[in-house]
Each structure stands twice: as structure tokens, then as C-alpha cells.
Design a protein around this ligand. Structure first.
Ligand SMILES: Cc1cc2nc3c(=O)[nH]c(=O)nc-3n(C[C@H](O)[C@H](O)[C@H](O)COP(=O)(O)OP(=O)(O)OC[C@H]3O[C@@H](n4cnc5c(N)ncnc54)[C@H](O)[C@@H]3O)c2cc1C
Length: 122
């Protein structure tokens, strides 16, 4: 079976890696001429990190991201109003990572091209 993915965002590229991992032929079609490292910081929650670890991307996450220890809400830089632990410190089996969306996107693209070949993203 051949899979066609419409869109090479972080979801499409991750899905392509998953299809490849389970032995399916997959090709990603992206509307933009060139993918660029756009965005701001995003938090990859433990349920997402679990999937990314299963794709062998732990070293990539550690390279581009920061393992988040806690989530905190401050009032104008003063004392924290609320603080709670994140990831493994909150009891999950997987950590939470804070990453720059653009860096994460580009790393996924690198891995897709490396594993599936340059023809995988059109
Ligand atoms: C400020 C901000 C903070 C965020 N924080 C978090 C966070 O902490 N945690 C979190 O999980 N998420 C967060 N998000 C959301 C997260 O960034 C997005 O949900 C995610 O990037 C969406 O990825 P995607 O691949 O689904 O879609 P997109 O990144 O939108 O990718 C879709 C791709 O499909 C292409 N496309 C569209 N239509 C077609 C078509 N017909 N044919 C071919 N290609 C097509 C587009 O060009 C695009 O490249 C945040 C978002 C913002 C803006």
C-alpha cells in the first residue's frame, strides 16, 4: 500500500516517519516551495514524546530541546502564582520537551529525507 500525506508540517512529517517505520511506502506533498524554520517555542507533552522516542528521535529532542522540569505562572515577574512539575517529575514515563517549532520541524525534515530518501518530500 502507498500512502500520500498532504502537508509537510510537523504532523505530516512525523506521520511519514511512522509509516516508514511500519514498512509502508509513503510520500509527502507540501504546498510550499521551501520549508523554513518558522514559529516559536512549543511544548512536546509526554504522550507526543513517547511517539517520538519510538521513532528513535530521543537524541534529536535532547539536541534541539530542553527537558522541562516544571510549568509556572508568574504575576509580572514577581512571585509565582502556580507551579507544577512536568514530564517525568510529574509521574509520566516520558519527559516533556520545550523546543523551537522551526528547529523541530527542520530536524523532522532531515530525518525523513535521511530515512525515506530525497524523493519522499515533494
Ligand atoms: C504560538 C503557538 C504556540 C503553540 N504551542 C504549542 C505547544 O506548546 N504544544 C503543541 O503541541 N502545539 C503547540 N502549538 C500548535 C502547533 O505548533 C501546531 O499544532 C502544529 O505546528 C501544527 O502542525 P501541522 O503539521 O498539523 O500543521 P502545519 O504546521 O500547519 O502544517 C501543515 C502543512 O500543510 C501544508 N498544506 C496545507 N494544505 C495543503 C495542501 N492542500 N496540499 C499540500 N500541502 C498543504 C501547509 O503548507 C503546511 O506546511 C502552538 C502554535 C502556536 C502558533
Amino acid at each position: 500500500m502507498s500512502i500520500i500525506v498532504a502537508g509537510g508540517g510537523i504532523a505530516g512529517l512525523t506521520f511519514a516517519l511512522t509509516c516508514h517505520e511500519i514498512g509502508l511506502d509513503v510520500q509527502v506533498f507540501e504546498a510550499e516551495q521551501e520549508l523554513q524554520p518558522l514559529g516559536v517555542g512549543i511544548n512536546l507533552q509526554p504522550n507526543a514524546v513517547k511517539e517520538l522516542y519510538q521513532l528513535g528521535l530521543e537524541a534529536d529532542l535532547r539536541d534541539i530541546g530542553i527537558e522541562a522540569e516544571e510549568w509556572a505562572l508568574f504575576f509580572y515577574g514577581a512571585h509565582p502564582i502556580w507551579v507544577e512539575p512536568s514530564g517525568t517529575l510529574a509521574g509520566y514515563h516520558w519527559p516533556q520537551f520545550s523546543v523551537h517549532r522551526g528547529h523541530f520541524h527542520m530536524r523532522l525534515l532531515e530525518r525523513v529525507v535521511e530515512r525515506l530518501g530525497p524523493q519522499a518530500v515533494v
